[in-house]
Structures are given as C-alpha cells and as structure tokens.
Design a protein around this ligand. Sequence first.
Ligand SMILES: NC(=O)c1ccc[n+]([C@@H]2O[C@H](COP(=O)([O-])OP(=O)(O)OC[C@H]3O[C@@H](n4cnc5c(N)ncnc54)[C@H](O)[C@@H]3O)[C@@H](O)[C@H]2O)c1
Length: 252
Amino acid sequence: MTGGAKGIGRASCLAFAREGAAVVCADVDAAAGEQVAQEAAELAGVSLFRKADVADAEACRALVAEAVSAFGGVDVLFNNVGIQPTDSYLMAHECPEEMWDRILDVNLKSHFLMSKYCIPEMRKRKGGVILNTASVQGLQSAHQVPAYAASKGGVLSLTRQLALDYAPDGIRVLAICPGAIDTPMLEASIRTSTEKEEVVRARLDAAHPIGRIGRPEEIAEVVLFLASDRASFMTGEYVCVDGGLMAKGAWA
Ligand SMILES: NC(=O)c1ccc[n+]([C@@H]2O[C@H](COP(=O)([O-])OP(=O)(O)OC[C@H]3O[C@@H](n4cnc5c(N)ncnc54)[C@H](O)[C@@H]3O)[C@@H](O)[C@H]2O)c1
C-alpha cells in the first residue's frame, strides 16, 4: 500500500487488516505510518510500516523485497499514492518543470515502479491484483491542474496496459476514480481558498449528486471488493466512487 499513512491509504490499510491481511504500509510520513501499521497489526496479527518515497526506484525495489521476505510474497498491490501540492494550481505555462516532474513521478511513475517490482513476485504465485488510485480528474478536468490531470489520465492508461499484458498471468489490474473525499489532501486544498471553509465544503457537497463528499472508508470498501475474488471477472477497468459526480452532464 503506497501512501498508506493518511486519508484513503490509511482507511484501506485498516480495511485490509480487518479482513486478516498482512499489510505493508509505505509512506514518507513515518509517525503517521507507524501508527497505522500498529493499528493494522492489532487487527490482523501482522503488518509493517516502511518509510519510502515511492517515486524512487531503489526505494520501491527494497520495499517489495522486504514485503516478500516478511510475508513470503505479494498478493495485492495498492498504488494509492498521489500528491496535489497546494501551490500546483497553475496554468500550464506557469507550472515549473520541477513541479510537473514531481507530480508525475509520485502520481504515475511510482505506480509503474511498484508494479515493475511486484509483478515478478505475483507471477511466481500465478496471480495477483494491482489497484491504482486515479481520480475523476483523470476523466474530466478542473481548472489549473495540468500535471495532476495528466498524471491521473496516465494512471488510467497504465491500468489498461498492465491489465492487457498480464491477464495471461492471472494478474488483474483496476483503477479507482474517487470524487472529493474528506482526507488531509482535500483539507489542504480547501485551505488554499480565499473563501470560508464551510462555503467551500458546501459547494463541494452540492457538486456531488448524493449531496455530500465521500469518506476514505467508502473508497476502502470498493478497493477491498476489487481486490477480492468476488471481482474475479474484472480487469482493465476503472470504477468511479464519486457520489454520482461523473453521471452529471454540464447541463445538469
Ligand atoms: N481526497 C480526494 O478528494 C481525492 C480525490 C480523487 C483522487 N484522490 C487520490 O487518492 C489518493 C490518496 O489521496 P488522499 O486524499 O488520501 O491523500 P492524502 O494526502 O490525504 O494522503 C496521501 C498519503 O501519501 C503520502 N505520500 C505523499 N507522497 C509520497 C511519496 N512520494 N511516497 C510515499 N508516500 C507519499 C502522504 O504522506 C500521505 O500519507 C491519491 O492518489 C489522490 O490523488 C484523492
């Protein structure tokens, strides 16, 4: 689980642990990550945290090697990590190259790297599941998110590619497209607004046909399902978990 210390990753680590899975929580935030791993271990018996910047190839290689040595293999890879820095809301012509590179490295390259190192392990076990967190912003764009939108579109494309190439190995690959979910990332983005928090939150709630934004646990439930054999005929697809946001046309 990448980006497992907070938000959707945290809820997903705990959801998997509740099902009895040994979870490897990888994150740059060691304090929050250690706490999640401890809670997961209380639920599942075992689990561990590893501090890792998953935009770095060597960190990903070492992470997978440690997971295999601790638990004997990898059944499910959840590429959840993603960043949307609060100073990244820019027109493309204003976006510094380093900002573009960092967002693409964390949001897209990390998914490639973690898959690259997990797939040989999954092949040894004759199967596995790779889940990638994309976004509704990989399908339709908001204003001034060039790198984020491009990274999420890339995640959807990578999902299809891996699904196609590794289906013969019994490896299913799926993406999740969350709508607005109440996590530290969303809180940080709300804080950048010049409007009051309650005004921004009310607008976000109203944008979703269900009338509210989502909770991290609501994403984790879908992730669990997609990782399970109950989703055995699903691969190469994305699932929107967005309170109906993507059902809405511009005229609605
Ligand atoms: N919250 C939303 O509204 C929303 C909507 C659509 C998609 N998403 C996507 O869901 C995923 C999770 O988002 P969230 O809202 O839970 O985010 P979050 O910022 O609340 O949590 C992300 C976690 O990733 C960790 N992280 C950041 N960079 C890292 C790196 N290089 N290596 C390892 N860990 C790193 C952070 O420390 C944090 O614990 C992301 O891919 C995000 O783009 C979120």
